[in-house]
Design a protein around this ligand. Structure first.
Ligand SMILES: Cc1ncc(COP(=O)(O)O)c(C=O)c1O
Length: 374
C-alpha cells in the first residue's frame, strides 16, 4: 500500500513569521554591527515577553537548557532536587550537569504532571528544591507544590518549556514559583531558532541571572561571579520579535488542528485525545494521544503505521528519564516508585501540528490511525 503522505510530516516543524520583517530587523542589526552582548533587539524582546506574561523580568538566554542551569544555580540549589521523570531529559541533565542529584517523583496519570504527594515521599534531608514541569503546556498543581515546598523550606521553580502562552487558574504561566524557564527551540510552537529565558518577579534573582549569563561581568573589567555564557544573540531576538507578532496565528492553527484531531479520532476504542481546558489560554502545541489497554493494537503498532505513511509521530517522553543514562545506573529500581510514569510513557503518542499542517492532513492522519485500530 502506498504512503498517505509523500513528504515527512514532523512533530515540531518550525512556525516562521513574516520573513520581510525579519530581514528588515537583521539588516538594521548589520548596520549597527551589534550582534550579541545584550543588544537592542534582545532588550526589546525581553520587554515584550515580560509584558506578554505579566512578569517583572525576562532574562533571555541562548537556550532553555542553559536557562534551567542558570536558574538552578541562581536559586542556590544543592544536594537533591525533586523533578518528574516524565519530562524531556534536559530537566534532569540541567541538575546533574552541576553536580546536583535529580530525584524522580511520580506523576498524576490524569494530568501527566507531578503528583504533590509523590513529591512529598521523595524528600530527604539533602533535598533543596523542586522543579515542576508544566507538561504539554498544562499547568502543574502549583498550589499543592508550593504548600509542600513551604512546609519543607524548599525552593520551587518551574520548567515551563512547553507552556509559553498558556495560563493556569486564569494566570499566565511564567509567574509561578520563584522562577520559570522557557524554551524557544526551533521545534517549539514559538521559536527564536534556539533560545530560552528565565522569567521571574524576583528583582534580586533576575539581577544574579543577568550576571551569570555574561561570565559574571559587572562593568568592563569587574567580574563578581563565576558565570557562564548564556547570552541570547541579536539574530535570535529578531526572530523572536517577528514570531511574537505571529503567535496568535500559530495558536489558531494549532487550535484548529486539535479540534480536527478530536473529530478524526472520535469513537476509536482505547484511543484518547488529551483534552485542553478551554477556559484557560492554551498554545495547543502538544496534541497528545493515549493508547489504553482496551485498544485492539499497541501504541507502538500505531506509531509504526504512522511512520510507514511518513507521519513521524513521537513517543515523548518514553521511556522516562529514569531509564536513560546516567539515571538508569543511578536508580536501577526507580520503576518501582514510578508506576504511573512507566504506564503513561508506554501509551502516549505526540501528533504533528502547527501552521504547516492543514485540517485535511489531520483527517488523513486520523484515517491512518482508524485503519490500524480497526
Ligand atoms: C520540558 C523541556 N525542558 C527543557 C527543554 C530544553 O530546552 P532547549 O532545547 O531550548 O535547551 C525542552 C525542550 O527542548 C523541554 O521540552
Amino acid at each position: 500500500m502506498t504512503e498517505k503522505f509523500s513528504e515527512i510530516i514532523h512533530v515540531g516543524r518550525p512556525n516562521i513569521g513574516d520573513r520581510e520583517a525579519f530581514l528588515q530587523l537583521v539588516g538594521e542589526m548589520f548596520d549597527r554591527r551589534w550582534l550579541s552582548n545584550n543588544g537592542p533587539l534582545v532588550q526589546r524582546f525581553e520587554q515584550r515577553i515580560a509584558e506578554y506574561l505579566g512578569v517583572r523580568h525576562c532574562v533571555a538566554m541562548c537556550n532553555g537548557t542553559v536557562a534551567l542551569e542558570i536558574a538552578i544555580r541562581a536559586l542556590g540549589l544543592t544536594g537533591e532536587v525533586i523533578v518528574p521523570s516524565y519530562t524531556f531529559v534536559a530537566t534532569a541533565h540541567a541538575l546533574h550537569w552541576q553536580g546536583i542529584t535529580p530525584v524522580f517523583a511520580d506523576i498524576d496519570p490524569a494530568t501527566h504532571n507531578l503528583d504533590p504527594e509523590a513529591v512529598r515521599r521523595m524528600i530527604t534531608p539533602r533535598t533543596s528544591g523542586i522543579i515542576g514541569v508544566h507538561l504539554w503546556g498544562r499547568g502543574a498543581p502549583v498550589d499543592a507544590l508550593s504548600q509542600v515546598a513551604d512546609e519543607h523550606g524548599l525552593a520551587l521553580m518551574y520548567d515551563a518549556a512547553h507552556a509559553f502562552g498558556c495560563s493556569h487558574q486564569g494566570r499566565m504561566i511564567g509567574g509561578f514559583g520563584r522562577a520559570e524557564v522557557l524554551s524557544f527551540h526551533a521545534t517549539k510552537f514559538f521559536n527564536t531558532f534556539e533560545g530560552g529565558a528565565v522569567v521571574t518577579n524576583d528583582d534580586q534573582l533576575a539581577e544574579t541571572m543577568r550576571l551569570m549569563r555574561n561570565f559574571g561581568f559587572s562593568g568592563f573589567d569587574n567580574v563578581v561571579y563565576p558565570g557562564t555564557n548564556g547570552k541570547m544573540v541579536e539574530v535570535c531576538a529578531a526572530m523572536g520579535l517577528v514570531n511574537l507578532d505571529y503567535i496568535d496565528t500559530v495558536i489558531e492553527a494549532n487550535r484548529r488542528n486539535y479540534h480536527a484531531y478530536r473529530e478524526a479520532l472520535a469513537g476509536l476504542v482505547g484511543v484518547q485525545l488529551m483534552p485542553y481546558d478551554e477556559a484557560e489560554q492554551n498554545n495547543f502545541q502538544y496534541v497528545i494521544v493515549e493508547v489504553g489497554p482496551e485498544c485492539r493494537v499497541t501504541r507502538d503498532q500505531i506509531v509504526d503505521e504512522l511512520h510507514r505513511h511518513n507521519v513521524l509521530a513521537r513517543k515523548y517522553f518514553w521511556p522516562g528519564c529514569h531509564r536513560m543514562q546516567p539515571y538508569r545506573d543511578l536508580y536501577p529500581h526507580a520503576g518501582l516508585v514510578l508506576a504511573h510514569t512507566e504506564r503513561v510513557a508506554a501509551q502516549v503518542i505526540v501528533m504533528p501540528t502547527g501552521t504547516t499542517l492543514a485540517e485535511a492532513d489531520v483527517a488523513r492522519i486520523g484515517e491512518i490511525v482508524a485503519g490500524v485500530v480497526g
